[in-house]
Ligand binder design. Structure first.
Ligand code: WTA
Length: 674
C-alpha cells in the first residue's frame, strides 16, 4: 500500500443517490428477458442447479452429470462429465440456419478500405483450414498452449476458434503490449508456437508488428522458453507489409500455409467441460502477470447467457463492442458470447477517433449497429473531442453497455442522452478478467437504470459487502466495504495458471475460515473492489481497495472525488491521488483535463476545487488541482494514478513504456515539478 494508508475498503460514503431511468416499452417488447420473476428462479435455494439453464444454451456432445463439483474448493468444476467443443458452438451449429449471414463485420481503420463482411460459412472454412495447419504443420494437440499476439482483424477470432476446435489453449496478448510483455506471457504459458501478424493500422500508420513479435520471441527465450515456430498472418494476404526479416526455418506465413489446407475439415475435438479454453493474463498490483485460467463449458455457457440476456443479442442484431479482443471484454463479448448466439459482431481495427471524432458514429450509421458496448474511458474521450458529434449521424442504438471502470453520473447522462439519444437502455456491467462475464448489472428490460451504479447481482450472483472483520454491511447503511460474491458461478476462472496458492490467497484468503472446507458457502469470493450497496441492492463501485484515500480518518473513494470534479462543465477527465500529509494522514491532489475550447487558468482550478468541496464536503477539498493536457493511461484506457502519484511526490515514475501515451508523463512532470 502506498503512502502508509491501510488497505481497507471500509469507509464512509458521501455520495448522493441518483434518480432512476426506465427502459422504453419498445425495448421491453423485444427483449430476450422481460420476466420479472427470474430472480426467484436463481435464488440461493436453487443453487447450483439453476445454472443448468446456462448450459442448456449450448450444444453438448455428452450431457454432464454433476452441475457443480466442489471437491477441490475453491477450484470449482462446472458441468462435470459433459463434453463439448467451443468452436462447434460458435460456428458449426449455426450453419444450417445462418451460413449466409454475416458473422464478422471487419472495419479497417483506413476509411478507403472496404468493410469485410465474413459469413458464418466463410468463418467455418477459415477456422477449419487454420486448425488443420495448427494440427498438421505445428503438431499441436489438446492441452498445448499457444500464444497469440494479434491485432484487431478477423484473423484473431479465426485463430482463437481454430485453437478451440483442437482443444488447444490460446493465450492472446494485446497487440499494443511490448514484445517484452508478450515474451513474459509466452514464457509463463510455455508456448512453443507464437501466432502474430506482420502489421496493422493505428492512427493512420501501418505499424511494424513483426518487429515486436521478434522481441517477444527473444524475451521468451531469454527467460527459458524456446519458440519453435512463428506463424505470421499478413494484413494483406500475399503481400508482406513489415520491413523486419522473416527467420528461415522458424517463421511462416499463415495465409500461405492455409492454402495447402483449402477446404479441409477438422472434426471438432470433443472436450471435457472442465478443460481449459484459454488463459487471459491480467496484471496484479504486484509481481508477475496472472494467467487467469478459463474453462470450456462453464465459461462458454456463462458468456452466452450474459450475451443473450444482459446484452440482449438476437441473431439479427448488429452488435459492436469497441474493446480489444486482447482483453477479457473482447474474448467474452466480441468473440465467444456473440458468436455462440449467431450474432453479427463488429471488429474495428483502429482508433475510435481516427481520422476525426465522428468515426465511431459513422461506423454505427453505416453498419446500422443497434447494440453498442464500450468503456467509460472511451466515452469520456469521445465526449471530450466531439460532444456534439453523435447528433450528426443517423444511427439508432437500442442498447448500450459500459464496462471497465466506474462511470461518473455526468458522463453516464451524456452517454444516455447524446450517444443513446435518450432511446437506448444502458447497462453498467461490473466484472473482472477473473470472473469471465458480468456479475453486477441491471437486466435491461427488467430493472431500472441508475447513473453511476452497476446495479444488483445478476440472476444467480449473490453479492455482499463485507467489512474488514467479515461482518456484512447492510444495503442502505451508507458505508462502503469489500465487494464479495457469496457463491461460485460457471464463468469464474478456475485458478491462476500454475499458481493455486496465489489464487486462493488473493481471492479467498481474507474471509476463508476453514481452508479444508469443501462447502462452497465457506468460500466467499473477494473481488478487490470497494463498493457501497444502496437499499435497492444496487452496487456502486468506488474503485480498487488499494486506491482509497484516507483524509483525517475519513476514507474517500477516488471515484467519489473524481465524479465531483466532473460536475464542473469544463472538465473532461479527472484523476485523484493521495499525498501524504503530516496532519491529515493524506490529502487528495487532483489532476484534470479539459474539454476542447477551454483554457487552463487559476480561476478554473479553483472552481474545480470548490465544486469538489461543495459536493463532498471540505474534507475532500484537493490540496492542488493540476490542469493537464491528458491523463497517463494504460492501453486498455485505465488512468494510471500510480504514475500521477509518483509525479506528485517527486518520485521516479518507473517504466511507463507500456502506457498508451508515455510522452504525456514527462509533460505532466515538468508542469507539476517546475
Ligand atoms: C473495474 C474488465 C466500476 C473494477 C471487465 C474491476 C468496474 C476491474 C466496472 C476489472 C464497472 C470493471 N464499474 N468498475 N462497470 N467494470 N470495473 O480485469 O475495479 O480489466 O475490479 O476486467 O475494473 O478490470 P478487468
Amino acid at each position: 500500500m502506498t503512502n502508509g494508508q491501510e488497505q481497507s475498503a471500509h469507509y464512509d460514503v458521501h455520495w448522493q443517490e441518483e434518480e432512476y431511468y426506465y427502459p422504453p416499452p419498445q425495448f421491453i417488447g423485444q427483449a430476450n428477458c422481460s420476466d420479472t420473476s427470474i430472480f426467484d428462479r436463481f435464488s440461493l435455494d436453487n443453487f447450483p442447479e439453476c445454472f443448468k439453464e446456462f448450459a442448456d444454451l449450448l450444444d453438448w456432445d455428452q450431457y454432464w452429470h454433476t452441475t457443480l463439483d466442489t471437491s477441490d474448493a475453491p477450484c470449482w468444476k462446472w458441468f462435470v462429465g459433459g463434453k463439448l467443443n467451443a468452436s462447434y458452438n460458435c460456428v458449426d451449429r449455426h450453419l444450417e440456419k445462418y451460413k449466409n449471414k454475416t458473422a464478422i463485420h471487419f472495419v479497417p481503420e483506413l476509411e478507403e478500405e472496404p468493410v469485410v463482411h465474413m459469413t458464418f460459412q466463410e468463418l467455418y472454412r477459415r477456422v477449419n483450414e487454420t486448425a488443420a495447419v495448427l494440427r498438421d504443420f505445428c503438431g499441436l494437440k489438446a492441452g498445448d498452449r499457444v500464444t497469440l499476439y494479434l491485432p484487431m482483424t478477423p484473423e484473431l477470432p479465426i485463430t482463437m476458434l481454430a485453437c478451440a476446435r483442437l482443444g488447444v489453449i490460446h493465450c492472446q496478448v494485446f497487440a499494443g503490449f511490448s514484445g517484452k510483455a508478450c515474451g513474459d506471457r509466452v514464457w509463463d504459458s510455455e508456448s512453443e508456437v507464437l501466432i502474430t501478424m506482420d502489421a496493422y493500422y493505428r492512427s493512420g500508420k501501418l505499424l511494424d508488428h513483426k518487429a515486436n513479435s521478434d522481441q517477444a520471441v527473444e524475451a521468451a527465450e531469454k527467460a527459458g522458453q524456446k519458440v519453435n515456430k512463428v506463424l505470421v498472418w499478413r494484413r494483406y494476404p500475399g503481400k508482406y507489409s513489415s520491413p523486419t526479416d522473416m527467420v528461415d526455418g522458424r517463421d511462416y506465413f499463415l495465409d500461405d500455409l492455409i492454402k495447402e489446407k483449402r477446404s479441409q475439415i477438422v472434426e471438432p475435438v470433443s472436450m471435457p467441460a472442465e478443460d481449459i479454453l484459454f488463459l487471459m493474463y491480467t496484471s496484479g498490483s504486484t509481481g508477475r502477470p496472472k494467467g487467469c485460467q478459463h474453462s470450456i463449458g462453464g465459461y462458454l455457457s456463462y458468456v452466452t447467457w450474459m450475451s443473450k440476456y444482459v446484452q440482449d443479442i438476437h441473431p439479427e442484431d448488429v452488435y459492436w463492442c469497441m474493446a480489444d479482443i486482447g482483453w477479457i471484454t473482447g474474448h467474452s463479448f466480441i468473440v465467444y458470447g456473440p458468436l455462440a448466439l449467431a450474432a453479427s459482431t463488429v471488429i474495428y481495427e483502429g482508433v475510435p477517433t481516427y481520422p476525426d471524432p465522428g468515426r465511431c458514429w459513422r461506423i454505427a450509421e453505416e453498419l446500422d449497429v443497434n447494440i453498442f458496448h464500450t468503456s467509460p474511458t472511451a466515452i469520456r474521450a469521445l465526449r471530450k473531442v466531439g460532444g456534439d458529434e453523435p447528433a450528426k449521424y443517423n444511427y439508432r442504438f437500442k442498447h448500450m453497455t459500459t464496462v471497465g471502470e466506474p462511470i461518473e453520473p455526468e458522463v453516464w447522462r451524456w452517454y444516455y442522452n447524446v450517444v443513446g439519444k435518450g432511446k437506448a437502455v444502458v447497462v453498467d456491467t461490473w466484472w473482472q478478467t477473473e470472473t469471465g462475464g458480468f456479475l453486477c448489472s441491471t437486466l435491461p428490460a427488467v430493472s431500472a437504470m441508475k447513473p453511476g451504479s452497476a446495479g444488483p447481482g445478476l440472476p444467480g450472483i449473490h453479492p455482499v459487502i463485507l467489512d474488514d472483520e467479515g461482518h456484512e454491511i447492510q444495503p442502505g447503511e451508507g458505508k462502503a466495504g469489500n465487494l464479495c460474491i457469496r457463491n461460485p458461478w460457471p464463468g469464474a476462472f478456475q485458478t491462476i495458471w500454475k499458481d493455486k496458492e496465489r489464487y486462493i490467497n488473493s481471492y479467498y484468503g481474507k474471509y476463508s475460515k476453514d481452508r479444508n472446507s469443501k462447502d462452497w458457502r465457506d468460500w466467499i469470493y473477494m473481488a478487490g473492489d470497494a463498493a457501497v450497496m444502496s437499499k435497492d441492492g444496487y452496487v456502486r463501485i468506488l474503485g480498487r481497495i488499494d486506491d482509497v484515500i484516507n483524509v483525517s480518518g475519513h476514507r474517500l473513494g477516488t471515484k467519489e472525488i473524481e465524479s465531483a470534479a466532473l460536475t464542473t462543465e469544463e472538465v473532461a477527465e479527472a484523476a485523484v491521488v493521495a499525498m501524504p500529509d503530516e496532519i491529515k494522514g493524506s490529502v487528495p491532489e487532483l489532476y484534470v483535463s479539459l474539454k476542447p475550447g477551454y483554457e487552463p487558468s487559476d480561476e478554473l482550478a479553483k472552481k474545480v476545487s470548490d465544486n469538489v468541496a461543495d459536493v463532498l464536503g471540505k474534507i475532500a477539498k484537493p490540496s492542488n488541482v493540476y490542469i493537464v493536457p491528458d491523463m497517463p493511461k494504460t492501453r486498455s484506457g485505465k488512468i494510471m494514478r500510480r504514475v500521477l502519484l509518483s509525479i506528485s511526490s517527486g518520485k521516479d515514475v518507473g517504466d511507463v513504456s507500456t502506457l498508451a501515451n508515455p510522452q504525456i508523463v514527462e509533460e505532466i512532470r515538468k508542469q507539476v515539478q517546475s
